[in-house]
Design a protein around this ligand. Structure first.
Ligand code: ATP
Ligand code: MG
Length: 336
């Protein structure tokens, strides 16, 4: 059984607005203007147990809304979902015990208490036995390197320490499914790296299913095998990171360093010249021809060094969000 199944899930928020002014306030007692925001539109996907999936999309795309539906915080407007076999918004106690949601923007630990005190409350809530609790806290605190802050008031901790303490709290009861909404937001590069390393290790060790949103491509690049991309509430991509690069970027860049200058005419036989500067040149070559072209170059030019580079993923993603790269029908339906 897959850990998460989502079928044609949609969420429309309704908000009521009225123009400023006394008269409109009176009128609005009788008739308020209703605004609809289609935050999530008809999305479907399946996530297998143990998968770590990156969930990408620009601001307002519908990521948090989706995670909230899947963790049972809000109801969908239509569609269906199952998390570990349960309908999340029915909030079965059995499901609650097996999932966790961590939001980088919203702390769940008590501000005035040391983390450890909060953990004790969670321990009672989830009915974790004493020895299992101590062992778990110890083990996770070791992995996260936060043993020294467990007894310090949360308000006195740095953002990175707080985030790590949040993660420990969420993992205390060994959830089988973990929803992470921007767990590295606002952290410095070192803390981001620590949290990524932790998540990778944790996912491998415990086979926890993880769905992770982030605005930092590094997170996704280093952690996720598979990515979902949501844009204006619609799922526009569901496949591996590799497939994303291959599909959106049909060419690679060949960087050449030559021993003697070559002329443009010679170079252009091998690919489109992106840059030419004395002994250095960059050629754009169709992906499927790269190895052949590279060996031809090595045979016919005085090459000092040659490197083959992938187009920057950050750039690809930015282009997709900006609509510069065509994103039609890219959802891989083979698996669902
Ligand atoms: N409680 C709400 N009431 C009304 N509209 C909402 C509510 N929550 C979110 N929205 C709107 O729904 C859309 C999707 O929001 P959501 O928070 O899911 O986006 P997101 O992908 O998480 O964005 P970000 O990357 O900025 O966190 C946005 O247009 C947002 O303004
Ligand atoms: Mg969000």
């Amino acid at each position: 059984m897959p850990a998460i199944v989502v079928e044609r899930l949609s969420k429309t928020y309704f908000t009521y607005k009225r123009p400023p002014g006394v008269w409109s306030a009176v009128k609005s007692l009788f008739r308020r203007e209703r605004h609809e925001i289609q935050a999530v539109r008809d999305i479907s996907f399946t996530i297998e147990e143990g998968e770590l999936v990156g969930f990408l999309g620009p601001n307002g795309a519908g990521k948090t809304t989706t995670l909230k539906m899947l963790s049972g915080i809000i109801f969908p407007t239509s569609g269906a979902a199952r998390v570990l076999g349960y309908v999340p918004w029915e909030r079965h106690a059995e499901m609650q015990r097996q999932i966790a949601l961590v939001m980088g923007q919203k702390m769940q630990l008590w501000w005035d208490l040391p983390p450890y005190e909060s953990y004790l409350l969670l321990k009672a809530l989830y009915e974790v036995p004493d020895d299992a609790f101590e062992k778990r806290v110890h083990e996770l605190a070791e992995m996260l390197e936060i043993r020294h802050v467990l007894h310090t008031q949360v308000r006195r901790l740095s953002l990175g320490e707080r985030m790590k303490c949040e993660l420990l709290a969420a993992l205390l009861h060994r959830p089988r499914v973990l929803f992470l909404d921007e767990p590295t937001i606002g952290l410095d590069v070192v803390s981001q790296k620590r949290i990524r390393e932790f998540l990778r290790e944790y996912n491998q060790r415990e086979r926890t299913t993880i769905l992770l949103t982030s605005h930092y491509m590094q997170d996704v690049q280093e952690l996720a095998q598979r990515v979902l991309i949501i844009h204006h509430g619609q799922l526009i991509f569901d496949d591996t990171l590799r497939a994303l690069v291959e599909r959106y970027s049909p060419s690679k860049a060949l960087h050449l360093r030559l021993e003697q200058p070559a002329d443009a005419e010679t170079l252009s036989r091998f690919g489109r010249i992106v840059r030419m500067d004395g002994l250095e040149a960059v050629l754009e070559v169709p992906r499927e021809l790269v190895s052949r072209v590279a060996s031809e170059i090595l045979q016919s030019l005085p090459v000092y060094d040659i490197t083959i580079e992938e187009v920057d993923i950050d750039e690809i993603i930015r282009d997709i969000f900006a609509g510069k790269r065509e994103a039609g029908a890219l959802v891989n339906t083979a698996g669902s």
